[in-house]
Design a protein around this ligand. Structure first.
Ligand SMILES: [Zn+2]
Length: 237
């Protein structure tokens, strides 16, 4: 398919996609947290290396720290006590570094939770799982933790990046529920999710892969919604 045809065939969808995202409903957190004992908030990669320092730090991603911190605080106030942080903590010779520049190596500040999380009075309650790929479940303790908490049936997913680790995390929770005939809810507030931006012009200049955030973010959100993840605008206190 040539570029003009691709653009022509995609334009109506893109217009629809912009309206879809703009029209996403918001919900109230107390309405979603029917039972705090059955609710978990799972945050992926809200760590220094994607927010504050290092080659993959992004201003777009940094901007989700504040709404996530508000959400964590509001959930705690409602009685939620199951909080999980899955975090890039790479082997210094990580295979993944064939696809991305070295980042978030274990033992470095990049692989640590952001200071905004560490300042929360309940930070010590949060279960942290190190990961060495964009999956939160493969080769981590997270799947075992889920099996050890079978009563959890409402998962609020936040973090970065929309199309990478957040996508993998939300899909793994949705697919686990589907495969196990579980009626779990997997809820993703867009206000607390984002991805990094590498415009084509910059990518060509630097010889790296383009990653147009505005497009990729929305296409992956729509894919998640199509698969049964509850993609909503925001979760108000
Ligand atoms: Zn990584």
């Amino acid at each position: 398919m040539d570029a003009p045809t691709l653009i022509a065939e995609s334009t109506p969808y893109l217009a629809w996609l912009a309206d879809w995202e703009a029209g996403l409903p918001s919900k109230s957190l107390p309405d979603v947290v029917v039972d705090p004992a059955r609710t978990a908030v799972i945050s992926v990669d809200v760590i220094n290396g994607f927010c504050h320092a290092g080659p993959l730090a992004s201003d777009r991603v940094k901007a989700i720290i504040a709404p996530i911190t508000r959400l964590l605080t509001a959930a705690y106030a409602l009685g939620v006590r199951d909080f999980v942080l899955t975090q890039d903590t790479h082997d210094p010779a990580a295979v993944e570094f064939g696809s991305y520049p070295p980042h978030c190596v274990r033992g470095t500040a990049e692989s640590e939770a952001v200071p905004e999380f560490k300042a929360l009075p309940f930070y010590g309650l949060m279960q942290r799982f190190a990961k060495n790929s964009i999956s939160s479940t493969i080769g981590t303790g997270f799947a075992g933790w889920l099996e050890a908490h079978p009563a959890l049936d409402t998962f609020i997913v936040v973090g970065d990046c929309t199309d990478l680790c957040t996508y993998q995390l939300a899909m793994s929770l949705r697919l686990r529920a589907n495969a196990g005939q579980r009626r779990d809810r997997v809820i993703l507030p867009v206000e607390c999710v984002d991805t990094y931006d590498t415009p084509l012009s910059i990518a060509l200049e630097l010889g790296i892969q383009p990653h147009p955030a505005a497009l990729v973010h929305r296409v992956f959100l729509h894919n998640l919604a199509s698969n049964g993840v509850e993609v909503i605008g925001r979760l108000s206190d």
